[in-house]
Design a protein around this ligand. Structure first.
Ligand code: UGA
Length: 445
């Protein structure tokens, strides 16, 4: 199929490159000429594992980038809107969605053949039907469901694993205002053989996306609340508690040969210093705000956010348990990214923790295998010593806090044995074996 993708951010570009790899003819459209030029030169404007290789392979074969939205819509059968939907604190900002819809509508005015417009951006339920569709109709002077189709197709891409997630999807949600729109989406994704595809309406498709992220965020806050209670009660380790819970055969089914299937989602049922990133905090807050707007307060999700916002404090309380005053203490902060595999520090639990430590005049030695530059930009006015390797960060400190589950941190117990005296170690992710470190403390212990 001939596909135009509006917006070449993380979702748009990954989608474009992967659909091209799957054999479609793709045009990526962006208002930013510099980005467009980079893409055409096979330089990805963002870092995502595997993206560069696929871009190099497909550019000028099945894929090209342009700023000309009008021509791209005319020349393709289907357009996917993948522009940003930032959350402004009270609702998601639909400015970019509205602009893109208007411009697509104008192009449809000049197009004689049937075209399908699909929203891929994360938008609150009702947006496709109540915002995008009317703008398209007004700008084009045409009728949705007659002269053009409208759909909603959410993405389920994890940062750092977006290419894998796109190429090997667990599900594809095909939302459409009518059979013809859904059929067009079905044809687009027919290249993904054997994958579960759910045909539904746009509003349900939008809700699936928010519900999926809200469930995972809820599992994290639930585990954190249990972990905090374990700490308060004493004599209980949340890691053991969760091991016991994970063994429920409904969470890890037992196969006829006695082996267990351990679904990867059980990793969200572990206590730590909280979730971050550009999706969970924003999506849960947007759904809460949307619920309020329609007179349905989301009490559980409210609590999910509250627990998450307080969770970094748990790390600080643990430090204060051992050091009544933190002033002048040297502390190694290990992990600044919101999760391993990315340099993204947006909403990372490390941010409030570092800010609080700075306010208490702690001497910080920070180390992250990839997020150093992003963190430096964020804390540009503060005095933090950024270390280039893990061993250096551990030198001469009185305490160490681990905030991101980087694989490399598995070396910590070994590295600590060479230090005398050993610093206090606070495991903000319960990543390391508590018996492998002399002075160990952690969330939920
Ligand atoms: C998340 C969802 O997992 C994707 O399915 C979704 O498509 C994406 O949001 C989105 O809406 O675009 P992402 O934010 O990249 O993806 O990251 P996750 O790997 O899910 O991590 C989110 C947060 O949960 C991180 O702060 C991480 O530390 C925490 N987490 C993650 C855990 O606590 N445990 C885990 O096992 C994984």
């Amino acid at each position: 199929m001939k596909v135009s993708i509006i917006g070449t951010g993380y979702v748009g570009l990954v989608t474009g490159v992967c659909l091209a790899e799957k054999g479609h003819r793709v045009i990526c459209v962006d208002v930013d000429q510099e980005k467009v030029d980079k893409i055409n030169q096979a330089i990805p404007p963002i870092y995502e594992q595997g993206l560069e290789e696929l871009l190099e392979k497909n550019i000028n074969v099945n894929l090209r980038a342009t700023t000309d939205l009008h021509k791209s819509v005319i020349e393709t059968d289907i357009s996917l809107i993948a522009v940003g939907t930032p959350f402004d604190g009270s609702e998601i900002d639909l400015t970019y969605i509205q602009e893109a819809s208007h411009r697509i509508g104008k192009a449809l005015q000049d197009k004689s053949t049937y075209h399908v417009v699909v929203v891929k951006s994360t938008v609150v339920p009702g947006t496709t039907d109540e915002v995008v569709l009317p703008i398209l109709e007004e700008a084009s002077g045409k009728k949705a469901g007659v002269e053009f189709g409208v759909g909603m197709n959410p993405e389920f891409l994890r940062e750092g694993e977006a290419i894998q997630d796109f190429m090997f999807p667990d599900r594809i949600v095909l939302g459409g205002i009518d059979e013809k729109s859904i059929n067009a989406l079905e044809e687009l994704y027919s290249v993904f053989d054997g994958v579960d595809k759910l045909r539904t309406n746009p509003k349900t498709a939008e809700m699936i996306k928010y519900t999926a992220n809200s469930l995972l965020a809820t599992m994290i806050s639930f585990s954190n609340e249990i972990g905090n209670l374990c700490t308060a009660l004493g004599g209980i380790d949340v890691v053991e508690v969760m091991q016991g819970v994970h063994l429920d055969k409904r969470l890890s089914p037992i196969m006829p040969n006695g082996d267990r299937i351990v679904p990867s989602f059980t990793t969200y049922l572990e206590a730590g210093c909280g979730f971050g990133g550009s999706c969970f905090p924003k999506d849960v807050k947007a759904l809460i705000a949307h619920g309020e707007k329609v007179g349905r307060p989301m009490r559980l999700l409210d609590a999910v956010i509250q627990v998450n916002e307080q969770q970094p404090q748990q790390v600080l309380s643990l430090l204060k348990k051992h050091f009544p005053s933190l002033k002048g203490i040297r502390i190694a902060v290990l992990g600044l990214a919101f999760k391993p595999g990315t340099d993204d520090v947006r909403e990372s639990p490390a941010i409030p923790i570092v800010k609080d430590l700075l306010a208490q005049e702690v001497e910080i030695r920070a180390y992250d295998p990839v997020a150093k530059y992003e963190a430096q930009r964020l804390f540009s006015n503060h005095e933090i010593l950024y270390c280039d390797d893990l061993a250096q960060a551990l030198q001469d400190v009185q305490a160490v806090v681990l905030l991101t589950r980087w694989e490399e941190f598995k070396r910590i117990p070994e590295l600590l044995t060479h230090l005398d005296p050993q610093p206090l170690f606070i495991d903000g992710r319960r990543m390391l074996d508590k018996n492998s470190i002399a002075r160990y403390d952690g969330i939920g212990l």
